[in-house]
Write a new protein. Structure first.
Length: 302
């Protein structure tokens, strides 16, 4: 095999790997969200958020030992913003799904990375995938008479979580450029310092039941420790607009998790919306350009 063909093969593999990692992360985080929502009657949304962040941070610190990491001044600023965005995204989203169906909440939350993908687009075909994703969201959301059944406050909280999601993507790229997944542990510490006490303050009394701990631990692994580590791997290998467009599969994952685990249903039009979102994600993956940094790294290593 020639050097050129080998480099092309490696570049292709490195383009597919972030997609696979991101897919696993989305399945994990939406399954964890469904499990978390089933625990809301016992501990409340703020309480489950506190347990998720606190336990997830402990797991991440054991694995990555963030106290060994060194960040320069610029990275520290990005790390603080990343941690605040991570915590805010978790807190607002869990408050949202306490009153809004999981698939709808994820779709509204996705307006953050979708806007990021739109603002970062430069080529006409990039806009095509974004527009298809927008069309999918339009079909997915319960418009018309059924919109009255969507809690306005819950919907606003989901949009707020989307703003935090966009900041999470931008700050995560800068903060994690050198340390990769280990950055998640450092960011989670910052998020926990603020949002764990906040969640415990507004938690229901049932949060102090020891029987809740195993389920909360499962939520922490599925919704924080595993997916955010995997997302950081993808985030540092993809441009922010591409990452944002690829995550358009999140509403589909959320809707399916809601159906399977929570008994939430979708209309035919909403299923068409899911299909459009998946097509947009696949199209963005196929037409995305590998970053030049990857090619340079391969050249230097050979």
């Amino acid at each position: 095999m020639s050097f050129r063909s080998l480099r092309s093969s490696l570049t292709s593999s490195q383009a597919i790997l972030p997609l696979i990692v991101l897919l696993i992360a989305m399945i994990s985080i939406q399954g964890g969200a469904a499990l978390a929502k089933s625990l809301f009657p016992s501990a409340g949304a703020p309480g489950i958020t506190a347990l998720r962040l606190g336990l997830g941070t402990i797991i991440l610190c054991i694995i990555f030992k963030p106290w060994r990491l060194r960040f320069d001044a610029r990275q520290r600023k990005a790390l603080v913003l990343y941690g605040l965005a991570l915590g805010g995204m978790n807190y607002l989203f869990y408050l949202s799904i306490s009153t809004v169906p999981l698939g709808v909440a994820v779709a509204l939350e996705f307006t953050g990375p979708l806007a990021l993908a739109l603002f970062g687009s430069r080529r006409p075909r990039d806009f095509i995938w974004v527009l298809i994703a927008v069309l999918g969201l339009w079909w997915l959301l319960p418009l018309g008479q059924s919109i009255n059944h969507v809690d306005p406050k819950g919907a606003a909280l989901a949009v707020g979580a989307g703003v935090c999601w966009a900041l999470y993507i931008l700050a995560g790229q800068r903060a994690g450029a050198e340390h990769g997944p280990a950055t998640v542990a450092a960011g989670s510490i910052i998020a926990s310092i603020i949002f764990v006490p906040l969640g415990l303050t507004f938690a229901s009394e049932g949060i102090w039941q020891f029987s809740l701990l195993p389920m909360a631990l499962a939520v922490a692994v599925l919704s924080t420790a595993l997916p955010y580590s995997l997302e950081m791997m993808a985030l540092t290998r993809l441009p922010a607009p591409t990452f944002g467009t690829l995550t358009s599969m999140e509403p589909a994952m959320g809707a399916l998790s809601g159906m399977i685990f929570l008994g939430e249903s979708l209309t035919l039009v909403q299923w068409l919306g899911l299909l459009a979102i998946v097509i947009a994600s696949a199209g963005a993956t196929v037409t995305s350009r590998p970053r030049k940094v990857t090619v340079v790294a391969l050249d230097n290593s050979n």
